[in-house]
Design a protein around this ligand. Structure first.
Ligand code: ADP
Ligand code: GLC
Length: 509
Protein backbone atom coordinates (compact mmCIF):
# COMPACT_ATOMS: atom_id res chain seq x y z
CA UNK A 1 0.00 0.00 0.00
CA UNK A 2 1.78 3.12 -1.09
CA UNK A 3 1.87 6.41 0.81
CA UNK A 4 -1.41 6.47 2.62
CA UNK A 5 -2.95 9.36 4.46
CA UNK A 6 -5.62 8.83 7.06
CA UNK A 7 -9.01 10.25 6.29
CA UNK A 8 -11.85 10.46 8.75
CA UNK A 9 -14.84 8.27 8.01
CA UNK A 10 -18.36 8.25 9.39
CA UNK A 11 -18.85 8.81 13.10
CA UNK A 12 -15.32 10.06 13.63
CA UNK A 13 -16.39 12.71 16.13
CA UNK A 14 -17.87 10.18 18.48
CA UNK A 15 -14.93 7.88 18.02
CA UNK A 16 -12.29 9.94 19.76
CA UNK A 17 -10.90 8.53 22.98
CA UNK A 18 -8.43 10.92 24.55
CA UNK A 19 -6.26 12.54 21.90
CA UNK A 20 -6.15 9.75 19.34
CA UNK A 21 -8.98 9.21 16.91
CA UNK A 22 -10.36 5.70 17.35
CA UNK A 23 -10.23 3.71 14.14
CA UNK A 24 -12.85 2.44 11.73
CA UNK A 25 -12.16 -1.29 11.93
CA UNK A 26 -13.19 -4.31 9.91
CA UNK A 27 -12.46 -7.64 11.60
CA UNK A 28 -12.75 -10.79 9.52
CA UNK A 29 -12.92 -14.27 11.02
CA UNK A 30 -14.09 -17.70 9.95
CA UNK A 31 -15.76 -18.15 13.36
CA UNK A 32 -17.01 -15.93 16.18
CA UNK A 33 -18.81 -16.64 19.44
CA UNK A 34 -21.78 -16.74 20.04
CA UNK A 35 -22.69 -17.39 16.41
CA UNK A 36 -20.27 -20.19 15.52
CA UNK A 37 -17.36 -21.70 17.44
CA UNK A 38 -14.87 -24.53 17.04
CA UNK A 39 -12.06 -23.13 19.23
CA UNK A 40 -10.40 -20.08 20.75
CA UNK A 41 -10.48 -18.06 17.52
CA UNK A 42 -14.23 -17.76 17.99
CA UNK A 43 -13.80 -16.48 21.55
CA UNK A 44 -11.39 -13.81 20.34
CA UNK A 45 -13.46 -12.79 17.32
CA UNK A 46 -16.53 -12.54 19.55
CA UNK A 47 -14.96 -10.53 22.35
CA UNK A 48 -12.40 -8.26 20.69
CA UNK A 49 -14.84 -6.42 18.39
CA UNK A 50 -17.10 -5.74 21.36
CA UNK A 51 -14.21 -4.45 23.47
CA UNK A 52 -13.11 -2.18 20.62
CA UNK A 53 -16.63 -0.89 20.05
CA UNK A 54 -16.89 -0.14 23.76
CA UNK A 55 -13.64 1.79 23.50
CA UNK A 56 -15.29 3.96 20.87
CA UNK A 57 -14.11 2.41 17.60
CA UNK A 58 -16.53 1.74 14.79
CA UNK A 59 -16.30 -2.02 14.26
CA UNK A 60 -17.65 -4.26 11.51
CA UNK A 61 -17.13 -7.99 12.04
CA UNK A 62 -17.48 -10.35 9.04
CA UNK A 63 -18.18 -14.09 9.34
CA UNK A 64 -19.60 -16.67 6.91
CA UNK A 65 -23.27 -17.50 7.38
CA UNK A 66 -22.90 -21.22 8.07
CA UNK A 67 -25.91 -23.49 8.11
CA UNK A 68 -25.32 -24.12 11.84
CA UNK A 69 -25.87 -20.45 12.70
CA UNK A 70 -29.30 -20.03 14.23
CA UNK A 71 -30.73 -17.27 12.08
CA UNK A 72 -33.90 -16.84 14.08
CA UNK A 73 -32.21 -16.73 17.47
CA UNK A 74 -29.71 -14.11 16.32
CA UNK A 75 -32.29 -12.17 14.32
CA UNK A 76 -30.28 -12.33 11.11
CA UNK A 77 -32.51 -10.99 8.31
CA UNK A 78 -33.45 -13.48 5.63
CA UNK A 79 -34.31 -10.79 3.08
CA UNK A 80 -32.60 -7.70 1.75
CA UNK A 81 -28.94 -7.30 2.52
CA UNK A 82 -26.07 -6.22 0.31
CA UNK A 83 -25.77 -8.25 -2.89
CA UNK A 84 -22.34 -8.87 -4.35
CA UNK A 85 -20.64 -10.89 -7.08
CA UNK A 86 -17.27 -12.61 -6.85
CA UNK A 87 -15.42 -14.11 -9.81
CA UNK A 88 -14.27 -17.65 -9.01
CA UNK A 89 -12.22 -19.07 -11.85
CA UNK A 90 -14.45 -18.74 -14.93
CA UNK A 91 -17.67 -18.42 -12.90
CA UNK A 92 -19.34 -15.51 -11.18
CA UNK A 93 -20.58 -16.49 -7.71
CA UNK A 94 -23.28 -14.34 -6.17
CA UNK A 95 -23.86 -13.81 -2.49
CA UNK A 96 -25.58 -11.60 0.05
CA UNK A 97 -24.25 -9.93 3.18
CA UNK A 98 -26.73 -9.56 6.04
CA UNK A 99 -26.08 -7.22 8.94
CA UNK A 100 -27.11 -7.15 12.58
CA UNK A 101 -26.01 -4.61 15.16
CA UNK A 102 -25.73 -6.23 18.59
CA UNK A 103 -24.52 -3.05 20.32
CA UNK A 104 -23.47 0.56 19.78
CA UNK A 105 -20.65 0.97 17.24
CA UNK A 106 -20.73 -2.75 16.37
CA UNK A 107 -22.09 -4.36 13.22
CA UNK A 108 -21.84 -8.06 12.42
CA UNK A 109 -22.00 -8.95 8.73
CA UNK A 110 -22.83 -12.50 7.69
CA UNK A 111 -21.74 -13.63 4.23
CA UNK A 112 -24.44 -15.86 2.79
CA UNK A 113 -23.61 -18.24 -0.02
CA UNK A 114 -25.52 -21.49 0.04
CA UNK A 115 -23.10 -23.56 -2.03
CA UNK A 116 -20.12 -22.75 0.20
CA UNK A 117 -21.60 -22.34 3.66
CA UNK A 118 -24.98 -24.09 3.59
CA UNK A 119 -23.56 -27.38 4.85
CA UNK A 120 -23.21 -29.17 8.17
CA UNK A 121 -19.57 -28.50 9.16
CA UNK A 122 -17.45 -25.36 9.43
CA UNK A 123 -14.14 -26.74 8.13
CA UNK A 124 -14.71 -30.50 8.31
CA UNK A 125 -17.21 -32.90 6.77
CA UNK A 126 -19.16 -35.28 9.05
CA UNK A 127 -16.36 -37.88 8.81
CA UNK A 128 -13.84 -35.39 10.24
CA UNK A 129 -12.00 -34.61 6.99
CA UNK A 130 -11.32 -31.13 5.61
CA UNK A 131 -13.82 -30.14 2.94
CA UNK A 132 -11.95 -30.53 -0.35
CA UNK A 133 -13.10 -27.09 -1.51
CA UNK A 134 -11.88 -25.13 1.54
CA UNK A 135 -9.56 -22.99 -0.58
CA UNK A 136 -12.47 -21.99 -2.79
CA UNK A 137 -14.80 -21.39 0.18
CA UNK A 138 -12.45 -19.10 2.06
CA UNK A 139 -10.96 -17.31 -0.95
CA UNK A 140 -14.56 -16.55 -1.89
CA UNK A 141 -15.28 -15.36 1.66
CA UNK A 142 -12.20 -13.11 1.63
CA UNK A 143 -13.15 -11.49 -1.63
CA UNK A 144 -16.80 -11.28 -0.61
CA UNK A 145 -15.77 -9.11 2.34
CA UNK A 146 -13.95 -6.68 0.04
CA UNK A 147 -16.88 -6.59 -2.40
CA UNK A 148 -19.38 -6.01 0.40
CA UNK A 149 -17.30 -3.13 1.73
CA UNK A 150 -17.17 -1.54 -1.70
CA UNK A 151 -20.92 -2.03 -2.17
CA UNK A 152 -21.66 -0.54 1.25
CA UNK A 153 -19.62 2.53 0.38
CA UNK A 154 -17.65 3.04 3.59
CA UNK A 155 -13.93 2.24 3.50
CA UNK A 156 -12.39 1.18 6.81
CA UNK A 157 -9.05 2.38 8.18
CA UNK A 158 -7.96 -1.20 8.72
CA UNK A 159 -8.95 -4.75 7.83
CA UNK A 160 -7.93 -7.05 10.65
CA UNK A 161 -7.64 -10.62 9.34
CA UNK A 162 -7.33 -13.83 11.33
CA UNK A 163 -5.58 -17.03 10.32
CA UNK A 164 -5.27 -18.67 6.91
CA UNK A 165 -8.97 -18.49 6.09
CA UNK A 166 -8.62 -14.72 5.65
CA UNK A 167 -5.01 -14.70 4.43
CA UNK A 168 -6.11 -13.81 0.90
CA UNK A 169 -7.45 -10.42 2.02
CA UNK A 170 -4.02 -8.75 2.44
CA UNK A 171 -2.94 -10.55 -0.74
CA UNK A 172 -5.93 -9.26 -2.71
CA UNK A 173 -5.43 -5.73 -1.37
CA UNK A 174 -1.88 -5.76 -2.75
CA UNK A 175 -2.74 -7.42 -6.08
CA UNK A 176 -6.09 -7.30 -7.83
CA UNK A 177 -7.46 -4.53 -5.56
CA UNK A 178 -4.20 -2.54 -5.44
CA UNK A 179 -5.48 0.14 -7.80
CA UNK A 180 -8.99 0.35 -6.36
CA UNK A 181 -9.35 3.92 -5.00
CA UNK A 182 -11.87 2.76 -2.40
CA UNK A 183 -9.10 0.99 -0.44
CA UNK A 184 -6.37 3.58 -0.90
CA UNK A 185 -6.41 4.51 2.80
CA UNK A 186 -7.07 1.02 4.14
CA UNK A 187 -4.29 -0.91 5.90
CA UNK A 188 -4.26 -4.60 6.71
CA UNK A 189 -3.21 -6.59 9.75
CA UNK A 190 -3.17 -10.35 10.09
CA UNK A 191 -3.25 -12.18 13.41
CA UNK A 192 -1.69 -15.63 13.60
CA UNK A 193 -3.65 -17.77 16.03
CA UNK A 194 -1.80 -20.99 15.24
CA UNK A 195 1.08 -21.63 12.83
CA UNK A 196 0.09 -25.29 12.77
CA UNK A 197 -2.80 -24.48 10.42
CA UNK A 198 -1.71 -22.69 7.25
CA UNK A 199 -4.29 -23.52 4.59
CA UNK A 200 -2.08 -25.56 2.24
CA UNK A 201 -3.58 -26.64 -1.09
CA UNK A 202 -2.54 -28.33 -4.30
CA UNK A 203 -1.44 -25.91 -7.06
CA UNK A 204 -4.17 -27.28 -9.34
CA UNK A 205 -6.54 -25.05 -7.33
CA UNK A 206 -4.65 -21.83 -8.10
CA UNK A 207 -7.14 -20.73 -10.78
CA UNK A 208 -9.79 -20.37 -8.06
CA UNK A 209 -7.89 -17.55 -6.34
CA UNK A 210 -8.18 -15.10 -9.20
CA UNK A 211 -4.61 -13.78 -9.01
CA UNK A 212 -1.87 -14.21 -11.58
CA UNK A 213 0.50 -17.20 -11.64
CA UNK A 214 3.24 -14.60 -11.18
CA UNK A 215 2.58 -14.90 -7.45
CA UNK A 216 3.14 -18.65 -7.34
CA UNK A 217 6.81 -18.82 -6.36
CA UNK A 218 8.73 -19.17 -3.07
CA UNK A 219 8.77 -15.39 -2.62
CA UNK A 220 4.98 -15.38 -3.08
CA UNK A 221 2.18 -17.74 -2.12
CA UNK A 222 4.04 -20.94 -2.90
CA UNK A 223 5.46 -22.96 -0.05
CA UNK A 224 7.25 -26.24 -0.79
CA UNK A 225 5.25 -26.78 -3.96
CA UNK A 226 1.87 -25.96 -2.44
CA UNK A 227 -0.38 -22.93 -2.29
CA UNK A 228 -0.19 -21.51 1.23
CA UNK A 229 -2.94 -19.05 2.11
CA UNK A 230 -1.49 -18.02 5.47
CA UNK A 231 1.73 -17.17 3.67
CA UNK A 232 -0.27 -14.93 1.34
CA UNK A 233 -1.40 -12.98 4.38
CA UNK A 234 2.02 -12.88 6.04
CA UNK A 235 3.75 -11.56 2.94
CA UNK A 236 1.22 -8.88 2.13
CA UNK A 237 -0.19 -7.64 5.44
CA UNK A 238 1.06 -4.28 6.69
CA UNK A 239 1.33 -5.65 10.23
CA UNK A 240 1.51 -9.22 11.56
CA UNK A 241 0.53 -10.12 15.10
CA UNK A 242 0.54 -13.25 17.19
CA UNK A 243 -1.78 -13.84 20.12
CA UNK A 244 0.92 -13.62 22.79
CA UNK A 245 4.38 -12.04 23.10
CA UNK A 246 6.12 -15.37 23.79
CA UNK A 247 4.56 -16.93 20.68
CA UNK A 248 5.84 -14.04 18.54
CA UNK A 249 9.35 -15.25 19.41
CA UNK A 250 8.65 -18.97 19.13
CA UNK A 251 7.42 -18.72 15.55
CA UNK A 252 10.83 -17.41 14.50
CA UNK A 253 12.36 -20.82 15.17
CA UNK A 254 12.22 -23.92 12.93
CA UNK A 255 10.14 -25.72 15.58
CA UNK A 256 7.56 -22.98 15.98
CA UNK A 257 7.51 -21.64 12.44
CA UNK A 258 6.19 -24.74 10.68
CA UNK A 259 8.21 -23.86 7.58
CA UNK A 260 7.46 -20.12 7.63
CA UNK A 261 10.08 -19.03 10.19
CA UNK A 262 12.38 -17.75 7.42
CA UNK A 263 9.67 -15.50 6.02
CA UNK A 264 8.75 -14.28 9.50
CA UNK A 265 12.37 -13.44 10.29
CA UNK A 266 12.41 -11.43 7.08
CA UNK A 267 9.32 -9.49 8.24
CA UNK A 268 10.23 -9.32 11.92
CA UNK A 269 9.99 -5.51 11.92
CA UNK A 270 6.28 -5.95 11.19
CA UNK A 271 5.71 -8.65 13.82
CA UNK A 272 4.12 -7.91 17.22
CA UNK A 273 2.79 -10.08 20.05
CA UNK A 274 -0.52 -8.92 21.53
CA UNK A 275 -1.86 -11.04 24.34
CA UNK A 276 -5.46 -12.20 24.00
CA UNK A 277 -7.91 -11.17 26.67
CA UNK A 278 -11.02 -12.87 27.95
CA UNK A 279 -14.61 -11.80 27.62
CA UNK A 280 -15.50 -10.81 31.16
CA UNK A 281 -19.22 -10.75 30.32
CA UNK A 282 -19.23 -14.39 29.24
CA UNK A 283 -16.63 -15.62 31.76
CA UNK A 284 -17.40 -14.11 35.14
CA UNK A 285 -18.19 -16.47 38.06
CA UNK A 286 -20.18 -13.74 39.80
CA UNK A 287 -22.75 -13.52 36.99
CA UNK A 288 -22.29 -16.64 34.82
CA UNK A 289 -25.72 -18.13 34.06
CA UNK A 290 -24.23 -21.43 32.91
CA UNK A 291 -22.91 -22.43 36.36
CA UNK A 292 -25.14 -23.69 39.18
CA UNK A 293 -23.89 -21.25 41.87
CA UNK A 294 -22.26 -17.87 41.47
CA UNK A 295 -19.28 -16.77 43.53
CA UNK A 296 -16.57 -14.14 43.76
CA UNK A 297 -13.26 -13.53 45.51
CA UNK A 298 -14.80 -12.48 48.79
CA UNK A 299 -17.47 -15.17 48.85
CA UNK A 300 -16.23 -18.51 47.60
CA UNK A 301 -19.07 -20.62 49.02
CA UNK A 302 -20.59 -20.97 45.54
CA UNK A 303 -17.42 -22.57 44.20
CA UNK A 304 -17.62 -25.39 46.74
CA UNK A 305 -21.25 -25.95 45.73
CA UNK A 306 -20.27 -25.96 42.06
CA UNK A 307 -17.73 -28.68 42.83
CA UNK A 308 -20.26 -30.81 44.68
CA UNK A 309 -22.69 -30.56 41.80
CA UNK A 310 -20.00 -31.24 39.19
CA UNK A 311 -18.82 -34.36 41.02
CA UNK A 312 -22.39 -35.62 41.20
CA UNK A 313 -23.18 -34.90 37.55
CA UNK A 314 -19.94 -36.49 36.38
CA UNK A 315 -20.44 -39.52 38.64
CA UNK A 316 -17.26 -38.88 40.58
CA UNK A 317 -16.76 -39.74 44.27
CA UNK A 318 -15.93 -37.02 46.74
CA UNK A 319 -12.17 -37.39 47.28
CA UNK A 320 -9.53 -35.70 49.39
CA UNK A 321 -7.32 -34.71 46.48
CA UNK A 322 -7.84 -31.93 43.94
CA UNK A 323 -10.24 -32.27 41.04
CA UNK A 324 -7.99 -31.81 38.00
CA UNK A 325 -9.68 -30.96 34.72
CA UNK A 326 -9.06 -30.65 31.01
CA UNK A 327 -11.25 -28.75 28.54
CA UNK A 328 -9.57 -29.05 25.19
CA UNK A 329 -9.53 -30.07 21.60
CA UNK A 330 -7.77 -33.42 21.51
CA UNK A 331 -5.39 -32.27 18.81
CA UNK A 332 -1.71 -32.23 18.01
CA UNK A 333 0.18 -29.79 20.21
CA UNK A 334 -2.15 -29.92 23.21
CA UNK A 335 0.08 -32.38 25.14
CA UNK A 336 -2.70 -34.87 25.74
CA UNK A 337 -0.52 -37.94 25.04
CA UNK A 338 1.86 -36.75 27.72
CA UNK A 339 -0.97 -36.30 30.17
CA UNK A 340 -2.46 -39.72 29.49
CA UNK A 341 0.97 -41.20 30.29
CA UNK A 342 1.06 -39.47 33.71
CA UNK A 343 -2.45 -40.02 34.97
CA UNK A 344 -2.02 -43.30 36.86
CA UNK A 345 0.54 -41.96 39.40
CA UNK A 346 -1.49 -38.74 39.82
CA UNK A 347 -4.63 -40.71 40.56
CA UNK A 348 -2.72 -42.98 42.92
CA UNK A 349 -1.88 -39.84 44.95
CA UNK A 350 -5.56 -39.12 45.37
CA UNK A 351 -6.28 -36.69 42.54
CA UNK A 352 -9.51 -36.91 40.58
CA UNK A 353 -9.61 -36.28 36.86
CA UNK A 354 -12.24 -34.91 34.56
CA UNK A 355 -11.95 -34.38 30.81
CA UNK A 356 -14.18 -32.67 28.27
CA UNK A 357 -12.83 -32.81 24.76
CA UNK A 358 -12.97 -34.29 21.31
CA UNK A 359 -10.78 -34.77 18.28
CA UNK A 360 -8.17 -37.45 17.78
CA UNK A 361 -9.98 -40.80 17.88
CA UNK A 362 -7.08 -42.76 19.41
CA UNK A 363 -6.80 -40.23 22.25
CA UNK A 364 -10.55 -40.27 22.82
CA UNK A 365 -10.32 -44.04 23.15
CA UNK A 366 -7.36 -43.87 25.50
CA UNK A 367 -9.08 -41.47 27.91
CA UNK A 368 -12.32 -43.47 27.79
CA UNK A 369 -10.31 -46.52 28.80
CA UNK A 370 -8.81 -44.62 31.75
CA UNK A 371 -12.33 -43.81 32.94
CA UNK A 372 -13.16 -47.51 32.87
CA UNK A 373 -10.00 -48.35 34.86
CA UNK A 374 -10.64 -45.68 37.54
CA UNK A 375 -14.39 -45.64 38.23
CA UNK A 376 -15.46 -42.80 40.53
CA UNK A 377 -12.09 -41.09 40.12
CA UNK A 378 -11.97 -40.37 36.38
CA UNK A 379 -14.74 -38.99 34.21
CA UNK A 380 -14.38 -38.50 30.47
CA UNK A 381 -16.89 -36.69 28.27
CA UNK A 382 -16.19 -36.85 24.58
CA UNK A 383 -17.90 -34.05 22.72
CA UNK A 384 -18.30 -30.31 22.64
CA UNK A 385 -20.39 -28.71 25.38
CA UNK A 386 -20.14 -24.98 26.08
CA UNK A 387 -22.27 -25.06 29.25
CA UNK A 388 -20.35 -27.98 30.72
CA UNK A 389 -17.06 -26.19 30.02
CA UNK A 390 -18.22 -23.35 32.29
CA UNK A 391 -19.31 -25.76 35.04
CA UNK A 392 -15.94 -27.50 34.85
CA UNK A 393 -14.04 -24.24 35.20
CA UNK A 394 -16.22 -23.31 38.19
CA UNK A 395 -16.19 -26.67 39.97
CA UNK A 396 -12.59 -27.86 39.50
CA UNK A 397 -9.50 -27.21 41.60
CA UNK A 398 -6.91 -27.35 38.82
CA UNK A 399 -6.97 -27.00 35.05
CA UNK A 400 -4.30 -28.88 33.12
CA UNK A 401 -2.90 -27.35 29.91
CA UNK A 402 0.34 -29.25 29.16
CA UNK A 403 0.60 -28.04 25.55
CA UNK A 404 3.69 -28.70 23.44
CA UNK A 405 2.95 -25.31 21.93
CA UNK A 406 0.11 -22.89 22.65
CA UNK A 407 -0.12 -19.60 20.76
CA UNK A 408 -2.17 -18.08 23.57
CA UNK A 409 -4.63 -20.43 25.21
CA UNK A 410 -7.79 -19.11 26.78
CA UNK A 411 -8.83 -21.89 29.14
CA UNK A 412 -6.02 -21.11 31.61
CA UNK A 413 -7.30 -17.53 31.82
CA UNK A 414 -10.87 -18.74 32.37
CA UNK A 415 -9.49 -21.02 35.10
CA UNK A 416 -7.77 -18.07 36.80
CA UNK A 417 -11.01 -16.08 36.77
CA UNK A 418 -12.92 -19.03 38.31
CA UNK A 419 -10.51 -19.74 41.19
CA UNK A 420 -9.13 -22.85 39.51
CA UNK A 421 -5.33 -23.15 39.56
CA UNK A 422 -3.83 -23.61 36.08
CA UNK A 423 -1.05 -26.12 35.56
CA UNK A 424 0.63 -25.32 32.25
CA UNK A 425 3.74 -25.80 30.21
CA UNK A 426 5.86 -22.66 29.80
CA UNK A 427 5.03 -22.02 26.15
CA UNK A 428 3.30 -19.24 24.18
CA UNK A 429 0.52 -17.47 25.99
CA UNK A 430 0.56 -20.03 28.79
CA UNK A 431 3.99 -18.67 29.66
CA UNK A 432 2.74 -15.09 29.54
CA UNK A 433 -0.33 -15.58 31.75
CA UNK A 434 0.69 -18.15 34.39
CA UNK A 435 3.34 -17.51 37.04
CA UNK A 436 4.73 -20.40 39.08
CA UNK A 437 3.56 -20.16 42.68
CA UNK A 438 6.37 -19.67 45.17
CA UNK A 439 5.48 -21.01 48.60
CA UNK A 440 8.22 -18.93 50.23
CA UNK A 441 6.96 -15.57 48.96
CA UNK A 442 3.31 -16.39 48.23
CA UNK A 443 3.76 -14.94 44.71
CA UNK A 444 2.38 -16.70 41.61
CA UNK A 445 -1.00 -17.85 40.32
CA UNK A 446 -0.49 -21.49 39.29
CA UNK A 447 1.97 -24.18 38.27
CA UNK A 448 4.33 -24.10 35.31
CA UNK A 449 6.83 -26.61 33.93
CA UNK A 450 9.39 -26.12 31.19
CA UNK A 451 10.55 -29.28 29.52
CA UNK A 452 8.05 -31.08 27.33
CA UNK A 453 8.39 -34.43 29.06
CA UNK A 454 6.28 -36.85 31.03
CA UNK A 455 8.65 -36.51 34.00
CA UNK A 456 8.39 -32.71 34.13
CA UNK A 457 4.60 -32.74 33.87
CA UNK A 458 4.23 -35.44 36.49
CA UNK A 459 6.58 -33.69 38.95
CA UNK A 460 4.55 -30.48 38.63
CA UNK A 461 1.24 -32.31 39.00
CA UNK A 462 2.46 -34.09 42.13
CA UNK A 463 3.65 -30.75 43.53
CA UNK A 464 0.16 -29.35 42.99
CA UNK A 465 -1.56 -32.34 44.54
CA UNK A 466 0.67 -32.18 47.60
CA UNK A 467 0.15 -28.44 48.01
CA UNK A 468 -3.62 -28.88 47.79
CA UNK A 469 -3.63 -31.72 50.31
CA UNK A 470 -1.36 -30.08 52.88
CA UNK A 471 -1.81 -26.31 52.77
CA UNK A 472 -5.36 -25.34 51.82
CA UNK A 473 -5.04 -21.92 53.42
CA UNK A 474 -2.29 -20.82 51.08
CA UNK A 475 -3.91 -22.65 48.19
CA UNK A 476 -6.99 -20.49 48.66
CA UNK A 477 -4.83 -17.37 48.78
CA UNK A 478 -3.16 -18.40 45.53
CA UNK A 479 -6.41 -18.91 43.63
CA UNK A 480 -7.86 -15.66 44.95
CA UNK A 481 -4.80 -13.89 43.64
CA UNK A 482 -5.54 -15.37 40.20
CA UNK A 483 -9.17 -14.27 40.44
CA UNK A 484 -8.06 -10.71 41.09
CA UNK A 485 -5.95 -10.43 37.95
CA UNK A 486 -7.15 -8.37 35.04
CA UNK A 487 -7.12 -10.44 31.86
CA UNK A 488 -9.86 -8.45 30.15
CA UNK A 489 -9.48 -7.11 26.61
CA UNK A 490 -9.07 -3.39 27.42
CA UNK A 491 -5.28 -3.14 27.28
CA UNK A 492 -4.89 -5.37 24.22
CA UNK A 493 -7.67 -3.57 22.34
CA UNK A 494 -5.72 -0.32 22.79
CA UNK A 495 -2.53 -2.03 21.64
CA UNK A 496 -4.31 -3.07 18.44
CA UNK A 497 -5.48 0.53 17.92
CA UNK A 498 -1.87 1.70 17.92
CA UNK A 499 -0.86 -1.11 15.53
CA UNK A 500 -3.73 -0.14 13.22
CA UNK A 501 -2.29 3.37 13.04
CA UNK A 502 1.09 1.90 12.23
CA UNK A 503 -0.43 -0.34 9.53
CA UNK A 504 -2.22 2.56 7.91
CA UNK A 505 0.80 4.83 7.91
CA UNK A 506 3.51 2.31 7.14
CA UNK A 507 3.24 2.14 3.39
CA UNK A 508 2.89 -1.60 3.32
CA UNK A 509 6.31 -2.81 2.21
P1 ADP B 1 -7.73 -23.66 20.88
O1 ADP B 1 -8.29 -22.49 20.21
O2 ADP B 1 -6.37 -24.05 20.40
O3 ADP B 1 -8.65 -24.81 20.90
P2 ADP B 1 -8.00 -22.06 23.31
O4 ADP B 1 -7.63 -22.36 24.72
O5 ADP B 1 -7.59 -20.76 22.78
O6 ADP B 1 -7.47 -23.27 22.42
O7 ADP B 1 -9.57 -22.06 23.15
C1 ADP B 1 -10.36 -23.18 23.29
C2 ADP B 1 -11.79 -22.73 23.46
O8 ADP B 1 -12.64 -23.81 23.12
C3 ADP B 1 -12.13 -22.36 24.89
O9 ADP B 1 -13.21 -21.45 24.90
C4 ADP B 1 -12.56 -23.70 25.47
O10 ADP B 1 -13.38 -23.55 26.61
C5 ADP B 1 -13.32 -24.27 24.29
N1 ADP B 1 -13.39 -25.73 24.22
C6 ADP B 1 -12.41 -26.58 23.82
N2 ADP B 1 -12.87 -27.84 23.81
C7 ADP B 1 -14.15 -27.78 24.23
C8 ADP B 1 -15.19 -28.76 24.43
N3 ADP B 1 -14.97 -30.05 24.20
N4 ADP B 1 -16.39 -28.33 24.85
C9 ADP B 1 -16.61 -27.01 25.09
N5 ADP B 1 -15.69 -26.05 24.92
C10 ADP B 1 -14.48 -26.43 24.49
C1 GLC C 1 -5.68 -20.80 18.44
C2 GLC C 1 -4.60 -21.23 19.41
C3 GLC C 1 -4.87 -20.86 20.84
C4 GLC C 1 -5.38 -19.44 20.95
C5 GLC C 1 -6.58 -19.27 20.04
C6 GLC C 1 -7.14 -17.86 20.10
O1 GLC C 1 -6.70 -21.71 18.36
O2 GLC C 1 -4.37 -22.63 19.30
O3 GLC C 1 -3.69 -21.01 21.62
O4 GLC C 1 -5.74 -19.15 22.28
O5 GLC C 1 -6.22 -19.51 18.72
O6 GLC C 1 -6.19 -16.90 19.74
Amino acid sequence: MSSKKKTATSGSKKRTAGKEKTPDVVIVSSEAWPWVKTGGLADVAGALPRAMAQAGARVRLFVPLYKSIDRKKFKIPSRGGVKFRVPVSARIMEGTAHMISPSDNLEVWFIEQEQYFGREGVYLDPTGHDYPDNLERFAFFSRAVLETLIASGQPPDIIHCNDWQTGMIPAYLKTIYAGVPFFKNTGSLITIHNMGYQGRFHPSQWHLLGISWDHFHPGGLECYGHINLLKGGLIHADIITTVSPTYSQEILTPDGGFGLDGLLLHRVDRLHGVLNGIDTQEWNPATDQLIPHNFNRSDMAGKALCKTELLRNMRLDRGEGPLMAVVSRLADGKGMELLADCLDPMLAKGAQFLLLGSGDKALEQRFKQLAVSWPGQVSVTIGYDEALSHSIQAGSDMLLVPSRYEPCGLTQMYALAYGTAPLVRATGGLNDTVRQYDRATGEGNGFKFDEYSKEALLAKALEGIEFYLTDRRNWNKMVKMGMGEDNSWGRSARKYFSLYRLASSSGGK
